[in-house]
Design a protein around this ligand. Sequence first.
Ligand code: ATP
Ligand code: MG
Length: 589
Amino acid sequence: MLKSIQWKMVIIFVLLVWLAMSIIGVYIIQAVEKDQVDNVINNAISNANYLEYMLEDKMARPYEVQAMVNSWFAGQINQIKAVYVFNKDKRYVAHEGGDLRDPAEDSIIISQALEGKVAEDFNRFVDLKNNYKSIAIPIVSDDNEIRGAIYLNVNLSNINKTIGNIKSILTSATIWAMCFTVLMGSILSRTITGPIKEVTSKAEKLAKGEFDHTIMVRSDDEVGKLAEMFNYLTVRLKSTLNEMNNEKEKMETILTYMTDGVIAVSTDGTILHANPAAFKLFNLSQDHVAEKNFDDITEMLGLSFRHEDLFTGTKEKNDLIKIEDSTIRYSVVPFKNEAAETAGAIIVLQDVTEQENLDRMRKEFVANVSHELRTPLTTIKSYTETLLNGALEDRNMTLKFLNVIDSESDRMTRLVKDLLMLSRLDYDKAQWNMKEIDLTKILTDCVYKMDISAKQKKQSITLEISEDIPQTIGDKDRIEQVIINIISNSIKYTQEKGKINVSMWKEEEYICIKVQDNGIGIPKKDMDRLFERFYRVDKARSRMLGGTGLGLSIAKQIVEAHKGKIFLDSIYGEGTWVTIMLPIVSSVN
Ligand SMILES: Nc1ncnc2c1ncn2[C@@H]1O[C@H](COP(=O)(O)OP(=O)(O)OP(=O)(O)O)[C@@H](O)[C@H]1O
Ligand SMILES: [Mg+2]
């Protein structure tokens, strides 16, 4: 309790009052005492002067002196305790009253009186304690001759009584003042400490995160200002915390939903944060990362990267890493703490697998195109040179060579046409002649056209078309191109005397066309890449058969432009079947 400011203030007030009252008391008592003592002494001296006057010519007659002293003393009974008369030789002549004190002790003042001075003892406090004071006055004759001395013990007990009264009044006044001070002091200090207590309790609540408490501002003084500032502080703190929370949430949302992976690693390799994209890129779950160090994770992924490499120049800060089938680009950026020292590093991970694949495909495409164009050109060039070098004379040879040159130019023309077609499809520049089409007729015509080539290989083509095929919308020439490519593939990649079956039926809102052969088939590993440009299972064989590897990719683009689907399935060595599904559309729009 005594620790509280309120009680400290009360104690200080009380001590101040006590000190003030004590100082005042001492001064009052001293002043009263001096005044009283002076009064009594002066009175005694003037009374003694009367005795001196009576005794001045009777000193030679001791009996008269004694009688005089007796009658004088009777009138002074309350003021004088004792009176002694000495002759000029300091010899005792007469006395009256109690012999409290041996006049010999005061022989100095008696001697002084015999020298003609009014003398008194100087120790006022000792006198007061003894309740009397000694004075001595000379007995002087009319002709100024010193005849003796009167020595008196002046009674001071009345003064002590008065002072005792004053002291008790002062003491009780002090006690009352102190009690009053305790009361007033506690009320006054409470008005100061009350708001401070309120601020303290509100601050405690604030520390617990309760921001909805304000303090009533009751005054305009320092304490009022403190309350006002506290309220302002609460509001500012609340809004700052809200802002920080919002920022944090924003950051967390960004980190959670961004497609790039972000990992924060401290200088000792502890993983501070990893966002879901980072988990996904590294094929990890939260459990993998919990309690784990950056080095444990990289080791688990089989990477040679260690956390020290993030902060030293030993590894590239921007490079590619391979994790299973994915290619990931990482960039490392160090971050600093408030003291501007490196506190860790942020690693940003980007899945560039698709980009890498596209890049590889683009390079392959360019290489393929140049290769496909160069091969016929080389053939044409060498045949032409041979002819120019004299082979022209041989008519048979010339005819054979010109046929080769012709077929190689056709091949180049076809290739360029296919490439142009693909590029138009790529850039959506293809002109579509969308009209109502009769797929039954188209398919029958295609099979008819291809029958000639099949016959050359002694293959048989059978055709089955269900009767409920409706009309639909499409580009006749392009659909024909697709069907012919698929049937021609079957013819090309099926041995002599093989069987090819072409069928068409309606399935819900689709018309399905299936071309099935019992040819060489396609190995499983190549199946996924068949629709890629220039992809051929057996390059040499395809080339020999006149293929460039663009047919299926063009077919896929055309079918997809009709909002249809194309699938290829095959059993290696047994046969292949391609299914096209075209949606049934009733009007051009
Ligand atoms: N019916 C099939 N049987 C076996 N292999 C096939 C069949 N159809 C396609 N293929 C394989 O798929 C590859 C790609 O076919 P695609 O039609 O795209 O090219 P291509 O026939 O070689 O050349 P293009 O069609 O441009 O003249 C072929 O090279 C062939 O290896
Ligand atoms: Mg083909």
